[in-house]
Design a binder for this molecule. Structure first.
Ligand code: ATP
Length: 370
């Protein structure tokens, strides 16, 4: 059991790359925290500094309230699972899992009991005599997890552990890792570039870009209240529609124009827009998620928000239908019910759920309100 405190850490690699730029993060005991972001955002470097595999340029890391900057990886009581599993090819599964324990001179009988117990947890007892090359990708992944479990570490660190698996197996192993977390009741820190993995696994998600944390929140909050355009676009699939608009005041209400349609902003949001700065009459960014665009007004919480569009492409996915259309030169996506009658080439009325729309500042791209 352990909490983790990362305090203003920086990592500058030789050559000058600032991979991690003033990252601070508090992780509670037993949390499942996911670091997510595009390639090169600094998530692996952050994890490796936590593991002690990478020197910290500046800042402090505490595990269980103890400063660990100068503590060797083997003394941090953590276990790390890597993307490539890093199994020893010449050893059996049993010996791969036992290796760390043998090094630490754990008595042989205890090792056997611990390896068997971990193998049972992961459903790989029947594979203990095999070598890694005789295992499937998913089985190798389980062995790598097993090797981490047997050490009963305070903290599990995982770096893209599922990225070598096919989509189906990835889905299965996601659930396995979540079950493991529930069973072991330890702190997990998990790195991925996959927003679906992050959303489905993390109790707390840390979104990073260019070495900087853009938001730390629970999955639903990230989705509903993104701090800025980057987070809004990174979370959600298909991604949020974003377009420049100029809000105008007509009578007591605020409107925006999308193509040839005028959309009334719900009064609470309109008021906030007026109060938040110099936004009325000036360009800002409007965002609406594809799932908040409907072809039946009844599916919206709000009324009076129709847009007239010409449908370009329709993708029927069985459980939902994705439609594509253009508004003022910007590609828009809507996620409609699979029962929709909308076809390519149709000129149709769609409805925006204006209670769920977003506005961002054009210059800073920070959220004005949701
Ligand atoms: P990925 O998903 O591609 O693994 P990441 O978010 O984990 O990306 P990091 O591996 O932490 O990103 O890398 C962050 C930045 O630091 C990148 O610009 C990378 O090129 C740079 N970097 C990483 N390792 C080194 C190194 N040993 N020397 C110099 N620069 C490095």
């Amino acid at each position: 059991m352990a909490n983790i405190r990362i305090k203003n850490i920086f990592k500058r690699y030789p050559g000058g790359v600032l991979a991690v730029n003033d990252v601070s993060l508090d992780i509670a005991d037993k949390d499942f925290v996911v670091l997510v972001g595009p390639s090169g955002c600094g998530k692996t470097t952050t994890l490796r500094m936590l593991a002690g595999l990478e020197e910290i340029t500046e800042g402090e890391i505490y595990i269980d309230n103890k400063l660990v900057n100068e503590v060797a990886p083997k003394d941090r009581d953590i276990a790390m699972v890597f993307q490539d599993y890093a199994l020893y090819p010449h050893m059996t599964v049993f010996n791969n899992m036992a290796f760390g324990l043998k090094v630490r001179k754990v008595p042989r009988r205890e090792i056997t009991a611990m390896v068997n117990e971990a193998a049972r947890t992961l459903g790989i007892e029947h594979l203990l005599d095999r070598k890694p090359k005789a295992l499937s990708g998913g089985q190798r992944q389980r062995v790598a997890l097993g090797r981490a479990i047997v050490r009963s570490p305070k903290v599990f660190l995982m770096d893209e552990p599922l990225s070598n698996l096919d989509a189906k197996l990835r889905g299965l192993m996601r659930v396995e890792i979540l079950k493991l977390h529930q069973k072991l009741q330890t702190t997990f820190v998990y790195v991925t570039h996959d927003q679906v993995e992050a959303m489905t696994m993390g109790s707390k998600i840390v979104v990073m870009k260019d070495g900087i944390i853009h938001q730390i929140d629970a999955p639903q909050t990230l989705y509903e209240r993104p701090n800025n355009v980057f987070v809004a676009e990174f979370i959600g699939n298909p991604k949020i529609n974003i377009i420049e608009v100029i809000p105008e005041k007509v009578g007591d209400d605020v409107f925006i124009t999308l193509g040839e349609s005028k959309i009334k902003i719900p009064s609470g949001k309109g008021k906030k827009l007026e109060d938040s700065g110099d936004y009325i009459g000036n360009t800002l960014l409007f965002g609406v998620r594809p799932e908040d665009i409907h072809d039946e007004e009844d599916d919206c919480d709000s009324k009076d928000s129709s847009i007239k569009v010409l449908i370009d492409v329709v993708e029927n996915l069985g459980s939902e239908t994705i439609v594509h259309f253009d508004i003022d030169g910007v590609d828009f996506t809507g996620k409609l019910n699979p029962t929709t009658k909308v076809r390519p080439g149709d000129s149709v009325i769609l409805y925006l759920d204006t209670n769920r729309i977003h506005f961002f500042d054009k210059e800073t791209e920070n959220a004005i309100m949701h």
